[in-house]
Write a protein that binds this ligand. Structure first.
Ligand code: SF4
Length: 500
């Protein structure tokens, strides 16, 4: 998962861009990049695997000047990409995943194109998208071409002398939000970047919508395709920052509501304190405490100085060591108490078991009741917005152990009213070594967010995704070509009025 930020200012924008991009550090862990357009392009990319965005880019800001710029904290590839094209030079930053990148790159290479950037995958997806865009009749047409041709998801910011073209992924898996402030206009993945920089949200972009930001304001270049929306539910449960809102719905408030639903399910549970696993579990725990009336306390605190979230040590052993070191138990809060502990989700369950539950028992907890804010995870993300694999999921390990083998059809284990679901949860509780375990239901999670169910991606829990959106569904190249043809007619009709 990557985060992108762009700004057009009446003055020099480098500092705004630096802080705005830095507010996306919780999303990416591999590379950071900034590009500014003044008299010419200035671009800088740094490896963030062993350090943090601010420390790497602090010196660069003084050497970049211009009134418009884009930035990215990237989960995979080096970006922004610079390309000198027939539409003029531009820089591109993207957020998403292109499943068919190799096939698309092979097609372009047949036409004589070359690729220069390195990537952990065989193709740098941002470079590929930049080159696909240049195949269009203009930049907007090229961006729509990308929407038609890729399998997966892609939101992007394109920095050009005309301004910043911002395009939200056609299914809207990741958000893109436009803002206005006294110094100009901005576009962001995370609205938490706006508050301290003086921007206010003016538009939650729709899936497939394309806008242009420049000194005149924000102009729509293509309307959205709102009915296809499938925004990632995990943004509210875990990945998003508490101060951020998506589709106008704040993350902290959703987490509090998740905690309230968990408490309602528990009825008259007897406990001495409620808490959460830092960081995101704390907001769920607060909601639980508010609903149940049980005091919120902190038996586990996270030591963040010196351990930035983006610090990713090279080996699993070192990562485990860091995870163990970060979470510190407070014996005086834990000893002799019955504890309800909320967690955003249980992926493998190993860190929860080894670094939280073990510490609570070790400090004298009398009972431990674990309450994850989402249902058991059954499937890895189809859009690779997370790194988990199916075999390592705690629910899948439970099913394998109960059945003696992996199951292709896990629908009985997904149904929270079925006996098999109960057996699976009991197995996970035993494996974690906790007194009780009770998961959130899909319905309560959806209610806590407050969007219609069909506008949310719930694939991680239900395994269902709409055929049109699913990269696992057969990709229909004929349909893609047809919609390419339809674009010309639409182009003449499109409303290019200034929005703000
Ligand atoms: S599959 Fe899961 S992580 Fe991926 S977009 Fe859907 S909800 Fe988000």
């Amino acid at each position: 998962m990557s985060g992108i930020f762009g700004v057009v200012s009446k003055e020099d924008c480098a500092e705004l861009l630096f802080y705005g991009t830095d507010y996306h550090s919780h999303l990416g862990t591999e590379y950071g990049g900034m590009a500014v357009l003044g008299e010419g392009f200035a671009r800088q990319i740094h490896d963030l695997r062993q350090s943090q965005f601010k420390s790497k880019f602090f010196q660069d800001v003084g050497h970049m000047s211009g009134n418009k710029g884009i930035g990215v904290v990237s989960a995979l590839d080096e970006q922004p990409i610079y390309l000198n094209s027939r539409f003029g030079p531009f820089c591109l930053a993207t957020s998403g995943i292109v499943e068919n990148a190799e096939a698309l790159a092979a097609e372009l290479m047949k036409k004589g194109m070359s690729f220069s950037e390195v990537s952990p995958r065989s193709v740098n997806a941002t470079e590929l998208i930049a080159k696909l865009i240049t195949q269009g009749t203009d930049l907007v047409d090229g961006i729509e071409r990308v929407f038609d041709l890729i399998e997966g998801s892609c939101s992007l910011l394109l920095l050009h002398r005309a301004g910043i073209y911002a395009a939200r992924d056609r299914f809207g898996y990741m958000p893109l939000i436009a803002g206005k402030g006294p110094r100009g206009w901005a576009i962001t993945t995370e609205t938490c970047a706006f508050a301290n920089l003086g921007f206010e949200v003016v538009k939650y972009m729709e899936p497939g919508e394309i806008v242009l930001l420049n000194e005149d304001g924000i102009m729509q270049r293509r309307p959205g395709r709102g009915r296809t929306q499938q925004i990632c539910t995990f943004l509210w449960i875990y990945t998003g920052f508490p101060a951020s809102s998506y589709e106008g719905i704040n993350t902290e408030i959703v987490r509090e509501r998740c905690g309230r639903y968990l408490a309602k399910q528990d009825g008259d549970i007897r406990a001495d304190l409620v808490s959460g696993i830092p960081d995101s579990g704390l907001s769920h725990g607060l909601g639980y405490a508010m609903e149940s009336g049980i005091p919120f306390r902190r038996p586990l605190v996270k030591y963040t100085p010196g351990y930035g979230r983006s610090y990713t040590p090279p080996s699993q052993q070192t990562r485990d060591l860091i995870a163990r070191m970060k979470l510190i138990p407070i014996k005086e809060v834990i000893d002799g108490n019955r504890i309800v502990i909320c967690e955003d989700s249980i992926v493998r369950g190993t860190q929860l078991k080894n670094f939280a539950v073990a510490k609570l028992w070790g400090c004298g907890a009398k009972e431990i009741h674990v309450r994850p804010a989402c249902p058991p995870l059954m499937f890895p993300c189809v859009f690779n917005l997370s790194t988990r694999s199916i075999s390592e999921l705690a629910a899948r390990r439970a099913i394998r152990s109960l059945e003696g083998h992996d199951l292709a059809d896990v629908s009985e284990y997904i149904d929270h009213t079925s006996p098999k679901y109960g057996q699976m949860v009991d197995w996970i509780a035993k494996d974690l070594g906790v007194t009780t375990l009770r998961y959130q239901t899909v319905d309560d999670m959806v209610s806590a967010i407050g969007l219609p169910r069909q506008k949310l991606c719930l694939y991680c829990w239900t395994g269902q995704c709409p055929k049109a959106a699913c990269p696992h569904a057969a990709f229909d190249i004929v349909e893609a070509m047809k919609s390419s043809g339809k674009r010309k007619a639409m182009k003449d009709q499109v409303d290019q009025q200034q929005l703000w």
